[in-house]
Write a protein that binds this ligand. Sequence first.
Ligand code: NCD
Length: 306
Amino acid sequence: MLKGRNLIEPGDFSIQELDEIFRLADTIIAEQGRFIDICKGKLLASLFYEPSTRTRFSFESAMLRLGGQVIGFDNPSNSSVSKGETIGDTIRTVACYADIAVIRHPREGTAKLVSEFSNGMPIINAGDGGHEHPTQTLTDLLTIHYEKKRLSNLKIGVCGDLLFGRTIHSFVKTMNRYPDNQFVFISPKELQMPEHFLNLLPKNAYVETDDLANAISDLDILYMSRVQRERFVNEAEYMRLKDYYILTRKKLSLAKEDMIVMHPLPRVNEIAREVDSDPRAVYFEQARYGMYVRMALIAKLLGVLS
Ligand code: NCD
């Protein structure tokens, strides 16, 4: 039963519950007309303390497409945060008005913290610092479900900023819950997957390398990511690492015909524009799936469907 629950990290939901969400997303995609007013009279609060395009718009579109309405801010300086209000008080207040809230915050652990003040209103973590981004994971898995027709027995390359990339942390942890997935972590040594994170994985489930061209040829999925500028303390270090990987058409020619290239977006330089027209590039499709899976998530957490 997902009604009334929070989604702070993907591990909050069992595999069966994730599957329930994907099945509902499938139905929504197939029969959109059936769902246009199931959230009529419900309000989603969208609290973004950090920039966003896809996550915020896809949540807001999702709620509006379900017939619900949206309040919120995308710039906390327009809210009482700028007067020094604590986030706990903000959430307590929002819970007086809204039925469900989505929050993105630069500080790790904020979504978890606010869930203690939300008085039963479901909280969805839309990214907490470099920690987790569970709804991007739902998006990623729905994309794989459509594009690869399975979530297990896949060889998955994860490339770029594995240190700070919250989408990567949530994605890898979740794919590791499905059987027989193998990971190839591709990064410069400065941006490797954190040690405490690697310790969560079986030793034989992953390899680490800094060589994308060499790793690409037997992957089923290549998950590219942006170097997370906002998490660096040293700008010169960011400048040195930001273009470490650029997926070009030439490099992609070394990959399998049915490999897919994913990216949570926004992209900076890590995928050359010339790759966009390759049928293996699914990152804009991925953004579209993100809205459907968020429609399914909102409906489940609000309990508007039996
Ligand atoms: C990601 C994020 O915010 O972590 N974007 C997103 O939600 N799709 C990835 C990023 O910013 O690099």
